[in-house]
Design a protein around this ligand. Structure first.
Ligand code: SF4
Length: 321
């Protein structure tokens, strides 16, 4: 699907407050739960019932008894929420907000790969489409991948779509053989080691926390490598005044709220979409959240058989963790 975001006018502080009040009122009236990823805009995070990474939000989606789930994240996350709650109404405030990495592998490609590696267990990062999940054996997130894959009896693992995360996992499980798909996350993969070294030179006392979707040369420089929620925990508790954080800039808001005593340094280089953040995550805006909930539009609809097949690898992941 082509991505074409309409520009929205910048809201004043009062307009933001007013919209936030309206969103919360609607959420109560309609028994809706609002889930938001850490990479969302601060004003969107502020109206959410829960903020988390992919694993935390999958769990919340599986547990909720709300009638409506408004998912402020990219498309594969909304699909996961729908797969785990097939009878619930899941709304996506911007259906054009997909994940470029998730779109780097198709169900047809997975089927072909199966023929090439019939003896392998197929592991998909949660950042995949519902159609791709329907073709694999188990899903993982960056927070639980090592734990889940270690528990699998298979010796050969086909991991998709993220080559950077797959390579990082493979290093920690040398007893297994890995076949990696060549997908990548544009915002994370484009941070260069050179940029990290520049930051380290400027802030020699800082610790470096890196997301495993980053390039292996960046990962090598890290004091800590982990998922978004693991970085959140590390950066807010580590014994250092400053932390250089190499992940999507949306996390800065939660870091500052959680522990304002520390300084969090994010790279300022120009990369994907001309900025340091994930454009598709930022495609969810507060007016879109409001309109979607008010009119109950942008419902996530998936074919029943795809949902049934895609649920199995997600549930297997939840069981194994
Ligand atoms: S940050 Fe990367 S993996 Fe996450 S939604 Fe954006 S492109 Fe996809």
């Amino acid at each position: 699907m082509a991505v074409s975001f309409t520009l929205e006018k910048e809201l004043s502080r009062d307009e933001i407050k007013d919209l936030q009040r309206k969103v919360r009122k609607l959420a109560e009236e309609k028994r809706a739960v609002i889930l938001a990823h850490y990479y969302q805009r601060p004003e969107v995070q502020d109206v959410a019932d829960f903020i988390g990474d992919s694993l935390e939000l999958s769990r919340k989606a599986a547990e909720t008894d709300a009638d409506i789930i408004v998912f402020c994240g990219v498309r594969f996350m909304c699909e996961t929420a729908k797969i785990l709650n097939p009878t619930k109404k899941v709304l996506h405030p911007n259906p054009e907000s997909g994940c470029p990495m998730a779109d780097m592998v198709t169900a047809e490609q997975v089927r072909l790969l199966r023929k090439k590696h019939p003896d392998a267990t197929f592991v998909a990062y949660i950042n995949t489409t519902a159609e791709v999940k329907a073709e694999v054996d188990v899903c993982v997130t960056s927070a639980n991948a090592v734990k889940v894959i270690k528990k699998l009896p298979a010796k050969k693992i086909v991991f998709l779509p993220d080559q950077a995360l797959g390579g990082w996992i493979a290093k920690q499980i040398p007893e297994k053989e890995f076949v990696l798909w060549r997908g990548f996350c544009p915002p994370h993969f484009e941070f260069t080691a050179k940029e990290v070294l520049k930051l380290k030179e400027k802030y020699p006392d800082a610790k470096i926390a890196v997301h495993p979707e980053c390039h292996p040369k960046v990962v090598e420089l890290a004091d800590f490598v982990g998922s978004t929620s693991q970085i959140l925990k590390y950066a807010t508790t580590v014994n250092a005044k400053r932390v250089i954080v190499i992940t999507e800039v949306g996390l800065k808001y939660t870091l500052q709220k959680k522990n304002p005593e520390k300084e969090y340094i994010f790279p300022e280089s120009m990369n994907y979409c001309g900025t340091v953040y994930c454009c598709t995550m930022k495609g969810i805006t507060l007016p879109k959240v409001y309109e979607t909930l008010k009119n109950e539009t942008n419902e996530v609809i998936l074919p029943k058989d795809i949902m049934e097949r895609a649920r199995k690898p997600i549930e297997r992941m939840l069981e194994l963790t």
